[in-house]
Ligand binder design. Structure first.
Ligand SMILES: [Zn+2]
Length: 345
């Protein structure tokens, strides 16, 4: 069966991606609704271009309740000048803008999880239309793609930049070189438990250098993790030769203290993940970043229906550090409650 040609994207950029200089505008997506018959979703975008050279595509708030990327990229968009750029930087601080406005992981319009909606559809839901525009219009412009995530309301992470094991080992090496350049406290070789429909996969399949992060969580940003995001974005742009401000890669913490070298973590198998089989009140037994051995108690879940019942125990399946944990105090069966990352020596 011959492939059916897709319709053009309904999204119109108000910026010209081929013009030199700094432009602040929108990706305008028509969205007809009760309070605005011919209304639009207006996704802020900044383009900074200075001649020919590589293109970086930087995104935050792919999930609407993750803030480090949005803060770092609204800040970068407001401060980056064309004379410090060789090539082009496309900045979208809040990729799933309706979700970002609502402070929720998924879109309030269609419940779409943008990072499970790729490659998207030009004639689909609002979230699918955003995915389609990135997949067919923005990703092809880019050489380097950086998508800044955090844990959102329900997870918290040690701060790390990450890339995936890829079939193309040359591409994989370029991705991990960019992760190293980000210089987060941790660098992760990441295993995805639910990779279908991810932006990551769409970028990697086009051969792009792709870097993602998990920089904290709990539905807010912290001074430490926001500083890591700001510094990491600039470090990767310098590494790619796009930011030419004459500064060396920045390994300084916000308080001027020298930060420790990044520690490499691995997710060798699905044994890294612990999922709740009980609902109730979670008792953390290990804090983020602490070392654990196989068999160590990670968390207990107390039944809350009545007193006098023993808690369920959840233990580490391998040696490493606690890299992620469930965030709120109550859990449901099926929630991811802990991720153990193994430490590379
Ligand atoms: Zn996310």
């Amino acid at each position: 069966m011959a492939p059916v040609a897709l319709a053009p994207s309904p999204i119109t950029p108000t910026v010209d991606f081929d013009r030199d200089g700094v432009q602040h505008g929108f990706l305008r997506l028509p969205y007809s609704r009760d309070d605005s018959a011919w209304g639009s979703v207006m996704i802020p975008v900044t383009v900074v271009r200075n001649g020919s050279g590589p293109t970086a595509l930087l995104t935050g708030a792919n999930h609407g309740d993750e803030y480090e990327g949005a803060v770092a990229l609204f800040d970068l968009a407001q401060t980056l000048t064309a004379d410090r750029v060789a090539g082009r930087v496309i900045i979208v601080p809040a990729m799933n803008y309706p979700a970002f406005q609502a402070g929720t992981r998924t879109s309030p319009i269609d419940k779409g999880n943008l990072n499970r909606s790729f490659p998207g559809r030009p004639d689909g839901t609002v979230t699918q239309k955003i995915a389609d525009y990135f997949a067919r219009e923005l990703l092809p412009l880019a050489d380097l793609v950086m998508d800044i995530h955090s844990g959102g309301r329900t997870l918290d992470f040690v701060p790390f930049a990450a890339a995936h094991i890829l079939p193309d080992k040359d591409q994989e090496a370029r991705c991990f070189a960019a992760v190293a350049a980000f210089a987060a406290p941790f660098s992760m070789r990441m295993l995805e438990i639910d990779a279908v429909g991810m932006y990551d996969t769409a970028a990697e399949e086009l051969g792009k250098v792709f870097v993602t992060t998990e920089l904290g969580g709990g539905g807010t940003g912290r001074a430490e993790t926001i500083a890591i995001a700001k510094r990491g974005v600039r470090n990767v742009l310098r590494h790619a030769g796009i930011l030419t401000d004459g500064q060396a890669a920045d390994g300084q913490a916000a308080d001027g203290q020298s930060v420790q070298a990044s520690r490499w973590l691995d997710m060798p198998s699905a044994d890294c993940f612990r999922f709740a089989e009980d609902s109730g009140l979670i008792e953390a037994c290990v804090d983020l970043g602490q070392p654990v051995r196989a068999g160590d108690l990670l968390a207990r879940i107390h039944p809350i229906g009545r007193t006098g019942l023993a808690p369920a125990e959840y233990r580490a399946a391998l040696d490493g550090i606690l890299a992620a944990r469930h965030f709120p105090g109550l859990v449901k069966a099926g929630d991811c409650i802990a991720v153990v990352g193994t430490v590379e020596t």
